[in-house]
Each structure stands twice: as structure tokens, then as C-alpha cells.
Design a binder for this molecule. Sequence first.
Ligand code: HEM
Length: 486
Amino acid sequence: MSKLQLDDIQGVIPNGYGRLGFANFVLLTVNDADLARQWLKTLPIRNAESKPAANETCVNIAFSYSGLVELGLPESLLIGFASEFREGMAGTGHRARILGDYGPNAAENWQWGGEHNPAVHILLLLYAGDDKLLARLKDDHLAVTGSSGLTILKQLDTNRLPEHKEHFGFRDGIAQPAITGSDSVSGSDSQHDGNIVAAGEFLLGYKNAYGQYTDRPLLPNGDPRLDPDNLLPTALDGSARRDLGLNGSYLVFRQLRQNVSEFWRYIASHSQDADEQVDLHGCVKLAAKMVGRWPSGAPLTKSPDIDNAALSNDNDFVYHRSGDANGFRCPVGAHIRRTNPRDSLEPQPGSDRSIEVGKRHRILRRGRTYGPPLSLSLKPEDLINTEPDNEERGLQFLCFNTHIGRQFEFIQHTWINNPKFDGLYEDDDPIAGSRGHHNVPGGTFTVQAELVRTRVTNMPIFVELKGGEYFFMPGIRAMRFISSLT
Ligand code: HEM
């Protein structure tokens, strides 16, 4: 097993920069490749050797496929990238169907990305411990973009909500895979720990969950002209080829607007007591059933009836083996059970084999919330009672994976938007589902129960896509190679 080359991996991939509460994601277009490459050389890209302290700043960078073309990467390397990345998130009608990007989510409605907007070539990720440091970081690197052959298309602001919550009022960012070869898992037995996943699932150039090396751009054999200064690292697969992919990852970026009032009003209208009064506990319970965790983060499968803050960071659970095969505690269609079914997968639910299959479909989430909360307290009763406003708020959803089709797109298509997920019939993901299209049902949520199951129907869309693109975040030596192209 190869140890991770932390000095060559961009820090946000394994570290996430949890301590840096301020972040800005800057979308750029390249107008002059020569100048832009000079600008790239000035960036102090943070590696993953250490976690930043709260008073530090971090800069990371990623490129879209059209960005790599614009910066002059030769075709012999471009063809080594995954087809999903080459086509782009809004590239084909087929992709829109896979991702559920139709109706309100269709690319023609996006604020950035897609064919209707200027091409996004570069994504610059800026992180800081406070707003002043972030402002200074922006000044340092963005003031010169005009004279560096770049246009700033958007600066996407983010924020940190209290208790690490997202806008619906639930604690987020709890369940993350641990990466083989990283310090946090050294000494553990990855075969038997359901949460330890092969490094090659998140970093190109390492072995993936099949024990293979995922396809990536390698320098054609025997053509030293492409890398005369030997900037690129050597592949770890023993081939002795230079590896442009090594220590890089694909970054999926989707700006997801959350309709918070619609969400809680829908829940409230389906949680009334006999006198048609809103039953607050019933409300919170229905919403928690949809997420699979309570607002504090406590997993329903461990605490089915009441929230329990003592379990707010708990990620040590499965479904079948712990007696929740039928979804009586955590419903089968809940958001967290769909996006990581743990031991619920065929061919043998409840077995180690089931968990191993799940390890082929994990992602590393690195998203941040944006926009003002509907109510500062984020308490369900306040979110229900606050008048709707016109503010845009949501999640800048970012995740890393090495096989977009088998990881992010699979989760989105086969789990989130699949009305027949795990024996269901017409339910899609109650939180992130894009609802029905072309007579495919959706908008139903089933709560399994011992005697009689209950269902809510005609659920509107709670999360809308406002922009997105697939990016490649290279290793640091690969980034230097890209900035040295002529
Ligand atoms: C605005 C949209 C979304 C919201 C509000 C949301 C919210 C949440 C919350 C509250 C959790 C539980 C906390 C945690 O375990 O970290 C969670 C978990 C998760 N979400 Fe989402 N999510 C959204 C979109 C998505 C999308 C689009 C995907 C993937 C395509 C996704 C994948 C996951 C995964 C993999 C987990 C962890 C499941 C587990 O391992 O138990 N989420 N999400």
C-alpha cells in the first residue's frame, strides 16, 4: 500500500480546512493563456502536510476540461481524462438525465456553468480563519487577474452556520470516509472497517476499491518532449511513466439552492394533530426521518424516537446487522441511507461483502453553506414560523472522487433520484431528489413502520441546482507542469 504523498496533494482534499470558517470560491475565464500561466506560478498552493491553524489562509485550485484545453495541455494528455470530465457537467442530454438536471434544475436556468453562461476555466478556492484574512487573500490574488489574462466570472461567498448546520437546520459534515494510507487510519484493518476506503477512490494514481489504478492521464511512453524538465511525478503503478493524474482528484461542484420555507411548511402541513394544530415533535420527527439524522446529528437508527445530542457526531452504525433492515428506525429512503446504504446493499445485505460493495460508491464531501439563514436560531419552530423571504441560501456542494461515473453520478442517479431504490416504488430522495420527470415518479416519501407504513406525497422540490461543473484538482507538481506549458 502506497503512503500518501501529502506534500504533493492539495490540502483541501484530505483536510477539508474545518478550522477555516471563511471561504470564497472564485470562477475564472482565461483570455490570455500565457499571462494566466504566469499568474498560476504566483499562487502559494497549500499542500496536505499539515492542517492549517485558525489564523492561517489556504489557496487551492482546480481546472475545468475547457480550462485545461485553454491553458494548452496537449491532446495526448487530454485524452487520458475521464469522459464525464471531458464532456462537462452540462455537456450532454444524457448527462442531464443521469443527474436529474431537468425542469428547474436544467442548465439553461443556471447562474453559472453550462452553455448559456461564459465558460468557467479555473476554480480558485480561498480559505481563511476570519473575514479580514479572507479579504486580504482576495486582494493578494484577484487584484491582478485583469492584467493576468483572466476574467472573474463570480466570487461565490460561503459561510458557517452555528453548530455546523445546513440551512434546513441539521448538523452536516459528520459522515466522511477515512482514507487508506493517511495517518488517521494507519494501523487499522481496512478490510474490516466499513468506513476506511482505498486512497485511489479519492486520489488518482493510488489503488482504488478494486485494487486497480483508475484511468488517468499518463505521459505517452518514450516522449520526453512533453515534460522536458521532469516536473511530473513518476506513476506508482510500476510502469515508470510520468503521471499527470497522481495526487489529483475530480472535484464535483454544484450550487444547490435550498427552499427552506417550502421544506418546513410542507413538513408542518403533514404534521398536524386532531385539532389541525402543528405538532412540533411530529414535525421534527418527520424531517429527521427524511434526513436519517436528528437536527443535532444523532442517527435515527440509534435513537429512533428522540433527538440525543450525545450522539451528534456518531458515525458508527449500519442498518441490517443492527436490526433496522426494514427501515422502522431509519427509513429506507432517508437521505443518508440512500447516499450511503452501508450494509444494505446486494448481494448479501448485512454482510462484510455488502459494505465492500458500498466502498465503490463513496465521495469525500467538502461543501460549505451560503446565504443568510432563514432564522438565526435554525430551530425548526423558528424556521416554520418565519415568513418566507426572497434571499438565496443553500449549499455549495463540493465533493472529491476519482471516478465521477461510479461515485458521484452513481449516487445521484441510482440512489438519490431512483424511485425504485431498495424496494421502494415511487420515492426519490426527500432532501436532494429532483422529483418526477417524463412520468418517472418522485415526490413521495415512505416511513416504514411495524404495523402500517405512512407516506407523504406531492412533495415539491426542496433543493434546486443553480450552477455546476466538473473540475480536476491536480497534484502540486502537476499544477507546476500546467503552469509551465508553452
Ligand atoms: C442541499 C442539499 C443537501 C443537503 C441539505 C444535505 C444534507 C445532509 C445532511 C444533513 C447529512 C447528514 C450529516 C452527515 O452525515 O454529514 C448528509 C449526509 C450525506 N449527504 Fe447530503 N445533503 C445534500 C445534498 C447531497 C448530495 C447532492 C449528495 C450526493 C450526490 C449528498 C451526499 C451525502 C452523503 C454521502 C452523506 C453521508 C451519508 C452517510 O455516510 O451516512 N448530499 N447530507
